[in-house]
Ligand binder design. Structure first.
Ligand SMILES: Cc1cc2nc3c(=O)[nH]c(=O)nc-3n(C[C@H](O)[C@H](O)[C@H](O)COP(=O)(O)O)c2cc1C
Length: 156
């Protein structure tokens, strides 16, 4: 299973830690959205898309990349993110915009992972060192590895 992980991690490198943990388990190649195109993507069996959550969704460059791709005919994909706030199904489902865009482009989304990440964006949390300081920690990184092992099993 040849895997490519495309990620953006612009705030504190939180998502990069998760991308690397998943990447190690899946022996994946890692790239930024600006480094890949349709031809590169066509060489892989499974594509991971991840970033921090910025204003309720994944980074805009992931959406730009997906928009440029041709229809994918069921190519397998997974989504991951780190966020300041907890993901709450139906109320605060910040994976939804990316998931919808991938499905519309013909990807099959086989798994999703989210964990807390250190967040110093809101000005009122800065004086206290931000929220989720130290995250993702060893625990979240192990959860990400566990998620990757689950993907590996699904792919057989
Ligand atoms: C500009 C900006 C906007 C953010 N908006 C949200 C948000 O809407 N919801 C949320 O839960 N976290 C939000 N966060 C927190 C980030 O999602 C969190 O810190 C994440 O771990 C950053 O990942 P990174 O270090 O890989 O960039 C925001 C952070 C920044 C810098």
């Amino acid at each position: 299973m040849k895997t490519l992980i495309i990620y953006v991690s612009m705030h504190h490198g939180n998502t990069e830690k998760i991308a690397r943990a998943i990447g190690e388990v899946l022996r994946a190649d890692l790239a930024k959205p600006t480094e890949v195109d349709a031809e590169v993507i066509s060489k892989y069996d499974l594509i991971g898309f991840g970033s921090g959550i910025y204003f309720g969704k994944h980074h805009s460059s992931l959406f730009c990349l997906i928009d440029k791709l041709p229809y994918q005919n069921g190519k397998r994909a997974f989504i991951f993110s780190t966020s300041g706030l907890r993901k709450i199904w139906l109320i605060h489902d910040f994976n939804k915009p990316l998931r919808s865009r991938l499905l519309a482009k013909g990807f099959e989304v086989i798994g999703e992972f989210n964990c807390r990440g250190w967040d110093t964006y809101p000005f009122w949390v800065k004086p206290f060192g931000g929220i989720n300081k130290g995250k993702p920690s060893i625990r979240e990184i192990e959860e990400a590895r566990c998620f990757a092992r689950m993907l590996k099993k699904l792919e057989g």
